[in-house]
Design a protein around this ligand. Structure first.
Ligand code: MG
Ligand code: ZN
Length: 221
């Protein structure tokens, strides 16, 4: 079979490289600010419907007694996720990216300006729902967490290798539906570890809260 490799022949490759370099600079700036303020930030990535918002809500519920938490919710146009997380009683800033399919360090920097960083010590950043470009745009977060759900089928991990490369934790969600979906969570776990042997993989049912304590341990928060 003939395969055309697009990777090296993107027309605007120079533009893209300077964009990514600029993003990295701004990410470092965000990290410095977060460190100065003593805030640990977690970048949460995953497809639409994988369970990012549900997982963040559960993490907030479990941690809010002992941590001061805020959330940045990234989305193209809606405030659905921010509204849901806001019900947990923590500070939430919505970032609408418009047509952009990922958060970038510039937008997160603007969100940080809006927040009372002295009042918090833990920040979750819900990235825009997709598994491709968010991986290329570090935000300055200390850790990256990727959520995949078994409902996305058996090839979700192998088809999106780059997003797992610098993920500290990968969550395999909706574990209760694995059998019905004919998806083997152990295979997904193996796929993640093949791409990134240092990742911690946790199975969850974010709706019921199953596995959420293990996510907290894996993130060391
Ligand atoms: Mg969401
Ligand atoms: Zn994008």
């Amino acid at each position: 079979m003939r395969v055309i490799e697009g990777g090296e022949e993107i027309l605007d490759i120079e533009l893209e490289e300077s964009l990514l370099a600029r993003n990295r600079e701004l990410a470092e700036k965000n990290r410095k600010l977060l460190d100065e303020k003593g805030v640990t930030a977690i970048d949460v990535m995953g497809s639409i419907g994988s369970g990012k918002t549900t997982l963040i809500s559960q993490l907030v519920r479990k941690l809010k007694g002992r941590r001061s938490i805020a959330v940045i919710a990234g989305d193209l146009t809606t405030t659905i996720d921010a509204d849901r997380i806001g019900r947990e009683g923590v500070q939430v800033v919505q970032v609408n990216t418009g047509k952009e399919c990922h958060l970038d360090a510039h937008l997160v920097g603007k969100a940080l300006e809006e927040m009372d960083l002295d009042a918090i010590d833990l920040l979750f950043i819900e990235n825009v729902g997709n598994l491709i470009c968010p991986g290329e745009f570090p935000l300055g977060a200390h850790k990256r967490l990727v959520v995949v759900s078994v409902t996305e089928g058996p090839y979700m991990v192998v088809k999106h290798p780059y997003i797992f490369l610098d993920a500290s934790v990968a969550v395999i969600n909706k574990i209760d539906l694995a059998e019905a979906m004919g998806v083997d969570p152990a295979k997904l776990e193996k796929d993640v570890l093949k791409i990134n042997p240092s990742a911690r993989v946790v199975r969850t049912n974010a709706l019921t809260g199953e596995g959420v304590d293990e996510v907290i341990q894996a993130l060391e928060i």
